[in-house]
Design a protein around this ligand. Structure first.
Ligand SMILES: *[C@@H]1O[C@H](CO)[C@@H](O)[C@H](O)[C@H]1NC(C)=O
Ligand SMILES: *[C@@H]1O[C@H](CO)[C@@H](O)[C@H](O)[C@H]1NC(C)=O
Ligand SMILES: *[C@@H]1O[C@H](CO)[C@@H](O)[C@H](O)[C@H]1NC(C)=O
Ligand SMILES: *[C@@H]1O[C@H](CO)[C@@H](O)[C@H](O)[C@H]1NC(C)=O
Ligand SMILES: *[C@@H]1O[C@H](CO)[C@@H](O)[C@H](O)[C@H]1NC(C)=O
Ligand SMILES: *[C@@H]1O[C@H](CO)[C@@H](O)[C@H](O)[C@H]1NC(C)=O
Ligand SMILES: *[C@@H]1O[C@H](CO)[C@@H](O)[C@H](O)[C@H]1NC(C)=O
Ligand SMILES: *[C@@H]1O[C@H](CO)[C@@H](O)[C@H](O)[C@H]1NC(C)=O
Ligand SMILES: *[C@@H]1O[C@H](CO)[C@@H](O)[C@H](O)[C@H]1NC(C)=O
Ligand SMILES: *[C@@H]1O[C@H](CO)[C@@H](O)[C@H](O)[C@H]1NC(C)=O
Ligand SMILES: *[C@@H]1O[C@H](CO)[C@@H](O)[C@H](O)[C@H]1NC(C)=O
Ligand SMILES: *[C@@H]1O[C@H](CO)[C@@H](O)[C@H](O)[C@H]1NC(C)=O
Length: 425
């Protein structure tokens, strides 16, 4: 169900007390190995289109951790160490609370007013970064730790040890029906056994979104636990040429700040061979948000745009070292400027906000990080726009909200039954 978006101010994103945090256990000898812990069997290796050269990098790998205070992350040895090998972004912000809307924003350019982690499904007429990449034949995939089968639609998954490691709310592309419900795209919503096979065959794609499980990302544990996972998983992969080449940009970030009532700043770092030698062990205080990960990719491959917050120049600066290579003009806001509030929860109108409901509207023609045009999904109603949409209404009482949710649930339930049936075969 959609919980009315009243979220108590001051609530802390879920984190368990230090006393109950278990000890990190490596699922295999190396991150390139398969593991029964990852649950889903490897589903063949990817077949990718030929490499499309970008202006600054040929591969973009984003890795999302959870709910951590900037200073807490910065105090972990692994981050201190990694920071010497990359550019630490000291002006980077999540775009709202809680988790799920941040993941949607980073892949679709909007969070649709959402203020919950409930089961949601964005209709097929809403585009994502995948549409822009596909237009230029740039290969992509998401890797989700502990997802039981590729493009799994269930809300979460519990391992045989009775622990729920996988959650859909951190798997953005499956929530977008234009990706998760399209058969030709489902094989690119992959798990970590697929990752092992893909890296082993040197078939990792050019754009990747990586979600560690609820313990490894720090969500159910703490940042020290996430640091142990990084030491197990990321640190060795930095030296693996099938992962990191001199044309790879790795972007490590957190979805949101832990405390709702303060600015939503999160620790983020740019790593990989594409980071110029002279910029290693430096910081960049430019104002970035999760939309910057979209515009930077658009800028690098000169893509089109989504006509949403990726075209909003206030919140979508391109990572500076990329912008300076492409002569892209950023807005020059920094951490010390007066910045927009990005900790607003439940007050932003949208189709997933029952308190301030507006329908899904067509993109607005605009300019993103690249010079390409705004992408319109073939089935989008171009006459329903932000400019002519009805004013937000509170549908919490009308029953329409319940309808919306039961629709999303029934779609997911129907597919889940089909998937389960297939797994039994
Ligand atoms: C959240 O971000 C602010 C700065 O905007 C920072 O001072 C704070 O330490 C961060 N995290 C937490 C949990 O307070
Ligand atoms: C920091 O990195 C260096 C070089 O990769 C490594 O030798 C060292 O063990 C690392 N230290 C920590 C605390 O991770
Ligand atoms: C997993 O899903 C079940 C059923 O919807 C729910 O009761 C449980 O709280 C969920 N757990 C997590 C960690 O999401
Ligand atoms: C393999 O991928 C297809 C989609 O391409 C999916 O339908 C199927 O469930 C996947 N199987 C496993 C074991 O992940
Ligand atoms: C390459 O992919 C196949 C599946 O398509 C898999 O069986 C094999 O183990 C992979 N090779 C490596 C070295 O990972
Ligand atoms: C957002 O953060 C700012 C700066 O810390 C704070 O003044 C404001 O009250 C916060 N807003 C909410 C809705 O928590
Ligand atoms: C990184 O920069 C700091 C100063 O900002 C310096 O103290 C440190 O020695 C540098 N580390 C490396 C490995 O270059
Ligand atoms: C652009 O972003 C700012 C800051 O979040 C916001 O105030 C403004 O409404 C946005 N503009 C549009 C057209 O969405
Ligand atoms: C940002 O700074 C650059 C370099 O100083 C300048 O060329 C550009 O016009 C500035 N952008 C804005 C929006 O002021
Ligand atoms: C929307 O309606 C519900 C139910 O009457 C109410 O609890 C809630 O406060 C309303 N929201 C707003 C923003 O007025
Ligand atoms: C967007 O721009 C394209 C190309 O300029 C134009 O054909 C189209 O009518 C515009 N669409 C909307 C909804 O404004
Ligand atoms: C997108 O699809 C949804 C669900 O079918 C529909 O409610 C909405 O009006 C559509 N919006 C546009 C702009 O096509």
């Amino acid at each position: 169900m959609i919980v009315p978006s009243v979220i108590a101010l001051g609530v802390l994103a879920t984190a368990v007390s230090a006393a109950s945090v278990p000890t990190f256990t490596a699922p295999a000898a190396a991150p390139t190995d398969q593991s029964s812990f990852y649950v889903g069997a490897a589903n063949n290796t990817l077949t990718n289109t030929p490499i499309v050269t970008g202006k600054v990098f040929d591969r973009f790998i984003q890795i999302w951790l959870e709910n951590t205070d900037f200073a807490q992350a910065a105090s972990q040895a692994v981050f201190t160490n990694l920071s010497t090998q990359g550019i630490t972004l000291t002006g980077y912000f999540g775009v709202t609370h809680p988790s799920q809307p941040n993941y949607l924003a980073a892949t679709g350019g909007d969070f649709w007013g959402l203020a919950s982690d409930d089961l949601e499904s964005v209709p097929t007429n809403m585009s994502t970064i995948v549409d822009l990449l596909d237009q230029k034949n740039i290969s992509w995939a998401t890797y989700q730790e502990n997802m039981p089968s590729d493009a799994y639609v269930g809300y979460n998954y519990t391992n045989s040890d009775d622990y729920t490691y996988y959650v859909r709310k951190h798997n953005p592309l499956v929530i977008y029906q234009s990706v998760g419900s399209v058969q030709s795209r489902q094989g690119r919503i992959r798990n970590f056994n697929d990752f092992a096979v893909d890296i082993g065959n040197n078939t990792l794609p050019q754009w990747m979104f990586i979600t560690p499980n609820l313990r490894n990302d720090g969500h159910d544990t703490d940042v020290a636990y996430a640091a142990s996972w990084l030491n197990y998983w990321l640190v060795p992969l930095l030296n693996d040429p099938n992962f990191n080449t001199d044309r790879t940009l790795i972007f490590l970030t957190f979805d949101e700040n832990e405390t709702y009532t303060i600015a939503n700043q999160v620790y983020s770092i740019l790593l990989g061979g594409a980071v110029p030698e002279a910029l290693k062990n430096t910081t960049d205080s430019t104002f970035y948000t999760h939309y910057s990960a979209l515009t930077t990719v658009e800028n690098n491959w000169d893509l089109g745009n989504l006509g949403r917050q990726d075209t909003n120049k206030t919140v979508s600066n391109v990572f500076n070292f990329v912008a300076s290579n492409t002569s892209y003009q950023n807005n020059n806001l920094t951490l010390s400027s007066t910045l927009p509030e990005l900790n607003l929860t439940g007050t932003i109108p949208g189709p997933l906000n029952p308190d301030y409901y507006v329908p899904y509207v067509a993109p607005t023609n605009g300019t993103g990080g690249g010079s390409g045009p705004t992408f319109f999904a073939p089935n989008v109603n171009t006459s329903l726009t932000a400019a002519n949409a009805p004013a937000p209404v509170n549908i919490t009482t009308t029953g329409a909200a319940a309808d919306l949710t039961s629709k999303a649930n029934s779609i997911v339930a129907a597919v889940a039954v089909a998937v389960f049936a297939a797994m039994l075969l």
